[in-house]
Design a protein around this ligand. Structure first.
Ligand SMILES: NC(=O)c1ccc[n+]([C@@H]2O[C@H](COP(=O)([O-])OP(=O)(O)OC[C@H]3O[C@@H](n4cnc5c(N)ncnc54)[C@H](OP(=O)(O)O)[C@@H]3O)[C@@H](O)[C@H]2O)c1
Length: 242
């Protein structure tokens, strides 16, 4: 058997039309998996599908209906990459009730519902990979991303707990925590070039990461070779969290 191959596996990558999710879809396809990408915006999905060969579905994973639509379109999911947009910035003392609720649905409940929806089939087939894209903020909270800090920590510990339950069924549950990665989200958060340069100077690697550097960790966790790694977080952050 050749190393790091995923022929015959079906993957669902949510938030798969852009950035880190798109890079993850590309990597999984390159390894031989059949991939479905899900997101809200149809245009970006179409462009991503044309570029990668992924199947696509419009689905908002912050809702139960969106999760159902994504999982139904993907078929028997062997590899779940749970990913979506990050919560908007604010100060921790100023988070509105609506922002907490939205963050809970988009970041935490999306992962909990997606995992629940795919787990039965994975356990039956005795093979599965549940991977959530979280953030460096799990270990080092960012002052201006309070909802992200809280919800990513919840996702991390939920998947660690789930890992305990399903480890003997051939299903692994892990998280990949990106540091500052050059995507649309990062551009939106740090639009000012001086701000971006100041930030890079504080990263031990002195640069932003590439989406493909984050997706490489996601793809590795999806392989047979990663079968004995579960309940873990892989930081891909250029040394920020050291
Ligand atoms: N980039 C960074 O520096 C960085 C650092 C730490 C953590 N992260 C986290 O990593 C994740 C991916 O980041 P990114 O930079 O790749 O983001 P991005 O470039 O903004 O891409 C986000 C993707 O998620 C989709 N999406 C957003 N909300 C969704 C929803 N409710 N349902 C389904 N799809 C949804 C977007 O498409 P639609 O808008 O069309 O739905 C898009 O495909 C985010 O959670 C982000 O917070 C990023």
């Amino acid at each position: 058997m050749s190393l790091f191959r995923l022929e015959g596996k079906r993957a669902l990558v949510t938030g798969g039309s852009k950035g880190i999710g798109l890079a993850a879809a590309q990597d999984l396809i390159r390894l031989g998996a059949h991939v479905t990408i899900a997101a809200r915006g149809e245009d970006a999905l179409r462009r991503a599908a044309d570029a990668t060969g992924a199947q696509w579905v419009v689905a908002d994973v912050s809702t139960p209906e969106g999760v159902r639509a994504a999982v139904q379109a993907a078929g028997d999911v062997d590899i779940l990459v749970s990913n979506a947009g990050g919560p908007p910035p604010s100060l921790p003392s100023q988070v509105s009730e609506a922002a907490w609720t939205q963050g809970f649905q988009t970041t935490f409940m999306s992962t909990a519902r997606l995992a629940e929806a795919v787990l039965g089939g994975m356990r039956e087939r005795r093979w599965g990979r549940i991977i959530a894209v979280t953030s460096l903020t799990v270990g080092r909270p960012s002052l201006t991303l309070p909802v992200s800090n809280a919800m990513r920590a919840a996702v991390t510990n939920h998947l660690r707990t789930l890992a305990l339950e399903v480890a003997s069924d051939g299903v692994t549950c892990n998280t990949v925590a990106p540091g500052y990665t050059a995507t649309e989200r990062l551009q939106a958060l740090h639009a000012n070039p001086d701000d971006a340069e100041r930030l890079k100077a504080r990263i031990p690697a002195r640069r932003f990461g590439e989406p493909s550097e984050v997706s490489a960790a996601v793809a590795f966790l999806a392989t047979n070779e990663a079968a004995y790694i579960t309940g873990q977080e892989i930081l891909v952050d250029g040394g920020w969290g050291i």
